[in-house]
Ligand binder design. Structure first.
Ligand code: C2E
Ligand code: CA
Ligand code: CA
Length: 816
């Protein structure tokens, strides 16, 4: 982009402005100077006119005085005419010599010339003479015949009281000479043949001058008068003329007297010196103006140049910042700006601000670079474990899939989830969760080969990619190796965690699949592995998809079921084996499906286990059961307990205790009549936390029963650390108790040990009288099973109880 520095623009504008101002001022001064000159001319003019009149009357008066003096020469008597004539005759030489008087006339009152010396009295002088006689006062004038002369007419009273006029003509030479001397001007008499004043000066011609030299100059002036100059102009204002390289001021003064029309005295002042002085003055004014403009321009230029240089520097430097050329920026900045506080200006401030800005930008830029690198890493790697993340893994899977072929073998994706991880997180906080994840990532990594890729998908999910795999067995061996890594419990900050893993495997031998599909398959297989209750792996097969779909379907069905009240409870009585007294009920969930009829909890609960629906259902059961408990009392069955099954999720739920508290208060039930059943596997998964929760529950007054006892791998000793109230011997042992000796022994020893520990024991799944009797003989306190009663549907409960419970004892329908 072409650009013109702002300072040059300012300079340009200033230049124009200053030039205008200077031109105006200079013009004004010049005009003033011209008018001053004109005024001088005018004053010259006025002075000359006055002088002329003064001198004329002076010269005229001189003659008049002389005439008047003649009157007194007759020794006291008045002079007679004859005496006067004589006197005039005698004085003619004197007059001529003394005053250059060429003609003298004596004229009586009748206008007759009584005496004459010189020429004849011209008729044009008669009016003047008559005026003198009438007014009795001297008159002066000019008469021009061949040449011009001054005429003085003086009245004189002679003997006999007669008044006469003595008229004399005298040359104008003396007047002109005196005038010339007084006015410092050259004078000449000029004449215009025509009498009109407006006529042009070109028609003037010289009549007489004082000298020949003067006559030459005058002729020159007359010749050089501008052609258009009028007589009027010369009379009223005068004019400047340049003649023979000399400047003159010329003016005309009309000689007055009627006869003198067309005759003028021309004044010519040599104004050359003055002209020159004024010229110099004007030159000085002009040069002064010019000098002022130049000085201004130069100083402005010098001043603005610094600014423009700095601005220029700034305009060059700032784009460098935009291009991140910080070093060049600093270099230029150092060169272009003052750092001295006395000489610096706002642009220097701008410069240093720009420098600061540059420094900040540079650090920011560096930070951005570092952060970008971090972000790039983050986009590809997991920050907690440093393992590649989902993005990276997806990328790698797709890359490998593209190159899969049969010779090199297929690729296997292992989707790994830590069992019970949620519990660790919930019970010990996220910090422990993170530690567990880190340990898990180390353990997984060390079981792998170099060529295998491991990644973390967030939470407790890891995905491992195996390359060049030929058989299922190869994958299996890796899966086994991985699960083996988790046999040993994790010890984190004095806490011991029994963490196992579930692995879902997707294995492809061709490139038809894609990363997303493989991951979904592996994930599905992982959920199947989860159902195997830890430390297991499953290969994906197409049926799994169906199952997953079934699960999704079930979940939405369960939601509808909840709204449409398809769920209800069935209550299975628990009795004392010794007295057959009804001691309690176990609340069991039932689902009357509109199409499929009654669906057993064993069918749908495992499928809903990992869905949000489960918690809702759990709490619904809890409220129903407690409601029934309170109804039992009001219906006349006080002291009968209610056993409620707790799912693993519900057990881990923070709101369990507050919810229980709320229900106890709401239905005002005796908390000790509430019995919560927890399976062994739920309890041992995280024993520390289990103990903690159990203590909370027991603090409310509720009882804890260990359900399905014997199915887990926990020993009785292990059980000791769990503060429970009742042990429920699993029905599988009861079923086998009568036939095989092992089960009977287990049941027998379990009962006696439990009783020794001071706990109560109940046998579930009693289906025969023999079992009941046997258990009774083994000192088992309580029993529950089909033999006693099948679970009774909620809506028929009261009806059944009426016929089955007599005096608080359960009436066995079979013979014992
Ligand atoms: P469980 O806690 O062991 O419940 C006892 C199961 O044994 C019940 O099955 C019951 O009908 C059945 N049973 C009772 N007496 C006999 C007998 O003499 N012989 C045989 N063969 N079976 C007997 P159900 O109701 O199908 O429940 C299955 C499991 O579902 C329960 O096992 C329990 O773990 C779970 N469950 C049931 N209701 C709930 C519930 O409301 N919440 C939770 N979390 N789990 C529940
Ligand atoms: Ca149970
Ligand atoms: Ca059970």
């Amino acid at each position: 982009m072409r650009r013109l520095s702002i300072s040059y623009k300012v300079l340009f504008v200033m230049l124009i402005m200053v030039s205008i101002v200077c031109t105006l001022v200079v013009g004004l001064l010049l005009k003033q100077s011209s008018s001053q000159e004109h005024e001088i001319n005018q004053s010259l003019f006025a002075r000359d006119v006055t002088r002329y009149h003064q001198l004329q009357s002076l010269l005229g008066d001189r003659l008049s005085v002389w005439v008047e003096s003649l009157k007194h020469q007759g020794e006291g008597e008045t002079l007679t005419e004859a005496q006067l004539q004589l006197q005039l005759q005698r004085s003619s030489d004197f007059l001529l010599l003394q005053w250059d008087v060429s003609s003298v006339w004596l004229i009586n009152e009748l206008g007759e010339v009584n005496f004459s010396e010189g020429m004849l009295l011209p008729d044009s002088l008669r009016p003047m003479v008559m005026q003198t006689l009438q007014q009795g006062r001297p008159q002066q004038g000019v008469y021009c015949g061949n040449f011009c002369e001054m005429v003085v007419s003086t009245p004189i009273m002679l003997a006999g009281g007669k008044t006469y006029a003595v008229v004399m003509t005298t040359s104008l030479q003396e007047l002109l000479a005196l005038l010339s001397e007084a006015s410092q001007a050259e004078l000449a008499l000029v004449r215009q043949p025509d009498t009109e004043v407006g006529y042009q000066s070109s028609r003037l011609y010289l009549n007489s001058t004082l000298s020949d030299k003067q006559s030459l100059m005058m002729r020159g002036v007359l010749r050089d008068l501008p052609k258009q100059t009028t007589i009027k102009r010369l009379i009223t204002r005068g004019i400047e003329v340049v003649s023979g390289n000399n400047a003159y001021y010329a003016m005309l003064l009309p000689l007055f007297n009627s006869n003198a029309n067309g005759h003028y005295v021309m004044f010519v002042h040599d104004i050359d010196d003055r002209k020159r002085t004024f010229k110099i003055q004007k030159l000085i004014i002009f040069l002064g103006g010019l000098g002022l403009v130049l000085t201004f321009v130069v100083s402005m230029f010098v001043l603005l140049r610094r600014y423009s240089q700095k601005l220029e520097a700034l305009s060059n430097m700032l784009p460098l910042l935009a291009n991140k050329r910080f070093d060049e920026f600093k270099e230029q900045n150092k060169r272009s700006f003052f750092r001295n506080q006395w000489f610096s200006d706002e642009l220097d401030v701008l410069g240093s601000a720009a420098e600061e800005l540059a420094e900040k930008l540079e650090t920011l830029d560096q930070q951005v670079t570092v952060n970008t690198a971090k972000l790039e890493k983050m986009a590809m790697f997991d920050s907690l474990t440093g393992l590649p993340n989902r993005n990276m893994m997806t990328f790698q899977i797709n890359k490998l899939l593209a190159s899969v072929n049969r010779e090199k073998g297929g690729i296997a994706l292992l989707f790994i989830d830590l069992d019970n991880f949620k519990k660790v997180n919930d019970s010990h906080g996220h910090h422990f969760g993170d530690e567990v994840v880190k340990v898990a990532s180390e353990r997984l990594s060390r079981a792998l080969r170099e060529s295998d890729l491991i990644s973390r998908f967030g939470g407790d999910e890891f995905v491992i990619l195996l390359n060049h795999v030929e058989t299922n067995e190869q994958v299996e061996s890796v899966a086994k190796k991985l699960t083996a890594e988790f046999v040993e419990p994790m010890c984190i900050a004095e806490h011991t965690f029994y963490i196992t893993i579930s692995i879902g495997i997707a294995f492809v031998r061709d490139s038809k699949s894609n990363a997303l599909e493989m991951m979904r398959h592996a994930d599905t297989a992982m959920y199947e592995a989860k159902l195997l209750r830890g430390s297991s792996y499953r290969f994906f097969d197409a049926n799994m998809n169906k199952k997953v779909m079934r699960q999704v379907e079930l979940e939405s069905e369960a939601q509808i079921a909840m709204k449409e009240q398809q769920f209800f409870l069935a209550l299975q009585p628990q009795i004392s084996l010794k007295t057959l007294k009804l001691v309690g009920f176990e609340a069991l969930l039932r689902w009357r499906h509109p199409q499929r009829g009654l669906v057993s909890p064993g069918e749908f609960l495992p499928l809903l286990e990992h869905t949000p629906m489960m918690a809702e259902l759990d709490f619904w059961v809890m409220e129903q059961a407690i409601m029934l408990l309170s109804e039992l009392r009001t219906r006349g069955y006080p002291g009968v307990k209610m056993a409620i099954n707790l799912s693993a999720a519900q057990f881990a739920n923070e709101s369990l205790q507050p919810y229980l508290t709320e229900l106890i208060a709401k239905y005002s039930v005796d908390a000790s009549l509430i019995e919560l059943e927890l399976t062994e596997t739920v309890l041992v998964a995280d024993i520390e936390r289990a103990v903690q929760v159990i203590q909370q529950i027991r603090s409310l007054g509720c009882q804890i029963a260990v359900d399905d006892f014997g199915t887990g791998y926990s020993s009785l000793t292990y059980l000791r650390s769990i503060p429970s109230d009742i042990i429920k011997i699993d029905r599988s042992f009861i079923a086998g108790m009568m036939e095989a000796g092992t089960d009977r022994n287990i049941v027998d020893s379990t009962i006696s040990m439990v009783r020794k520990m001071g706990l109560e024991v109940i046998a579930e799944g009693i289906e025969t009288a023999a079992q009941l009797n046997q258990l009774h003989s083994m000192q088992c306190q309580y029993g529950q099973g089909y033999f006693i009663s099948k679970p009774i549907e909620q809506q028929v409960l009261w009806q059944v109880l009426q016929s089955q419970v007599i005096n608080g004892r359960w009436v066995l329908l079979h013979n014992t």
